[in-house]
Design a binder for this molecule. Sequence first.
Ligand code: HEC
Length: 236
Amino acid sequence: SAGSIPRLAVAAIMVTMAMVTGARADGDPRRGGQLYRACVACHSLEAGSHLTGPSLAGLWQRPAGKVEGFARYSAGLRSADFDWDAAVLDAWLADPRAMIPDTRMVFRGIAAERDRADLVAFLALAMAPGGAEAVVDRGLVPAGYARGQKPEPLTPTPPGAQVTKVRHCGDSFVVTTADGVETPYWEMNVRLKLDTRDTGPAPGAPVIVGAGMMGDRVSIVFASLRDLNNLVEEAC
Ligand code: HEC
């Protein structure tokens, strides 16, 4: 039919573009490692370590949206049907939303083609099996980049941060810590959180964490929803 020739031509152009823009052999993984700093708030390269985004461990040339144990994919990425290779990553990093309109990756994209090529060269190493160790061993990134910005462990907990009692009274949360100190906080300045990781609070032993420069905002972190239910009471 008349339509098949243009389609073939388009396909040929796309393959050529993928070879030119995607599989750039000239990407500098060392510079890419520095650019990877933009990703560490949300991603770890360590297997099974999910932050805001999924662990990127072992994803090179593997299917998109299928990382085990990550429960927060957008519908679009979860149902995606492509593998992460150089060309696809280049397009993703240029504009994630253009690729997956409902994506939950809040990232404006990287405009400079050279930056993307360098980052992809780094990711080809970092997202390969064993990549987290490899990129640190080769000195491409500090260990903290590979680990990603996962929250600090909450145990062991100093007595001043160990919560023994939480009362809500009027517009205040009144927090008692293991050193016997009782401190009232305005309810709008208190966040009640769960941390179910092994490194989170011990069962029955929530932890109070400062969350503002002035020390007036805090998070109280519980090991489980049951702890939150059991340990916070309405009492004046
Ligand atoms: C603000 C947090 C955030 C930042 C910053 C961020 N990401 Fe993401 N990323 C996410 C989230 C959330 C998802 C899941 C997106 C979805 O489900 O639509 C994701 C998904 C991905 C995926 C697909 C993973 C899969 O399972 O298929 C890749 C690859 C990726 N990000 C790479 C990067 C790179 C490289 C950077 C740095 C340039 C970066 N991300 C920066 C949050 C972030």
